[in-house]
Design a protein around this ligand. Structure first.
Ligand SMILES: Cc1ncc(COP(=O)(O)O)c(C=O)c1O
Length: 371
């Protein structure tokens, strides 16, 4: 299989590290039932949840570049960061493990949900070395310890959103364009994606432009503003342009500015990982209408943001809107049934199974001053 990015710019194939970890292209589908339920007849989905039978979701596209780079340079260990329920950490652990590379995770606190607990159990099950950082300082010491213990360690930034990793989503947009050209879906007026470590959104921003699409990419912010600053989104897109042009001068010298960045801030909920009523409602609606599984940190908030947008903008006149599904669809119920003894986890994270899970918020708490 040849990546659409390499098909468009063949020189890049020899110059950029990339290894195949998944099944491309991911399917696109019209969400008929959801469209009917909300009275907006043109909602589509890009199923990145189905990218891999090992662990799907958006991280796989980034890891195909990052792990290839680590492998090429001979690294046997990776260190990466996230909240205690990080999907990125789990995806990295699983896919790096497939290549014989081990993963050390440095994790920080986030609101406790059953999803957080499940991911911690799965991290251990798939062989991650787990470190809990109760503060930035502790995280720094732990990182230093990881480097001392394992020697050469490949650094993967939170969410995998380095310039190299984010190219996965430049390619993803070119993949979508091929599906549009093949008549599988109309060119979307808007794409909605979760905005966390920014790589997904920045990659789509650049990829849609390279593909010659008029589509606007809207990021639904799910993390604190210092992580998701709009100026850093277009800067990341510009860094990717520079990287691509370093290897292939036929890549156009695009320059992104604030005007290209569309972010919705209203569904964040005030804290990374906080459960919001709007997110819960979107998660339930998606499950009831389409049997599609969302999670509450990223994808439920994104769907909530998209549905609110189409309902508040009658001038859209039912033009096509695409939800880019970035969560994983592989079901780990059986793994968790067999391997759920939390006392096998490092003592520093066992409190995650001893404290109460977060209570559901009341509707009035959802909208109050949380930007
Ligand atoms: C399910 C899911 N969706 C979306 C995102 C956000 O993507 P990005 O970090 O590229 O902004 C993440 C990041 O971890 C995720 O786990």
């Amino acid at each position: 299989m040849i990546l659409p990015l390499f098909e468009k710019y063949p020189t890049l194939e020899k110059r950029l590290p990339w290894t195949s970890l998944a099944n491309w292209p991911t399917p696109v589908q019209k969400l008929e039932n959801l469209s009917n339920a909300v009275g907006y007849p043109n909602i589509w989905i890009k199923h990145d949840d189905k990218s891999s039978e090992f662990y799907g979701g958006n991280k796989v596209r980034k890891l195909e570049f990052l792990l290839a780079d680590a492998q090429k340079k001979g690294f046997k260990w990776i260190v990466t960061y996230g909240g205690i329920g990080t999907n990125h950490g789990l995806a990295t652990t699983i896919h790096a493990g497939r290549l014989g590379i081990k993963t050390a995770l440095v994790l920080i606190r986030q609101p406790l949900t059953d999803h957080v607990q499940e991911n911690l159990l799965l991290d251990r099950h798939f062989g991650a070395e787990i470190h809990y950082a109760s503060s930035t300082l502790v995280g720094g010491f732990q990182t230093a310890g990881i480097y001392l213990r394992h020697g050469m360690v490949y650094f993967v930034p939170p969410g995998g959103s380095s310039t190299l990793g984010s190219l996965g989503y430049v390619n993803a947009a070119l993949e979508l364009k091929k599906q549009v050209d093949a008549g599988l879906l109309p060119e979307p007026e808007y794409i909605f994606c979760a905005l966390g470590s920014k790589g997904t959104m920045a990659g789509l921003l650049l990829g849609t432009k390279l593909a010659g699409m008029k589509t606007k990419v809207v990021g639904v912010r799910v993390a604190e503003l210092w992580i998701t600053k709009p100026e850093n989104i277009f800067r990341l897109a510009n860094c990717m342009v520079a990287l691509l042009r370093k290897y292939d001068r036929s890549v156009p010298a695009l320059k992104f500015t604030m005007e290209d960045v569309h972010v919705t801030h209203d569904f964040f909920g005030g804290e990374y990982g906080r459960v919001t009523p709007a997110g819960k409602a979107a998660m339930a609606l998606m499950r009831e209408t389409e049997k599609i599984k969302l999670e509450l940190t990223y994808t439920a908030k994104t769907v909530a943001g998209m549905l609110d947008f189409v309902q508040r903008h009658p001038e859209l006149k039912n033009s096509p809107v695409l939800y880019w599904h970035t969560y994983n669809a592989v079901d780990f119920t059986n793994v968790l049934l067999e391997d759920h003894d939390y006392t096998k986890l490092p003592e520093t994270v066992q409190w995650c199974f001893q404290e109460n899970l977060v209570p559901c918020l009341g509707a009035e708490e959802d909208s109050a001053g949380e930007k």
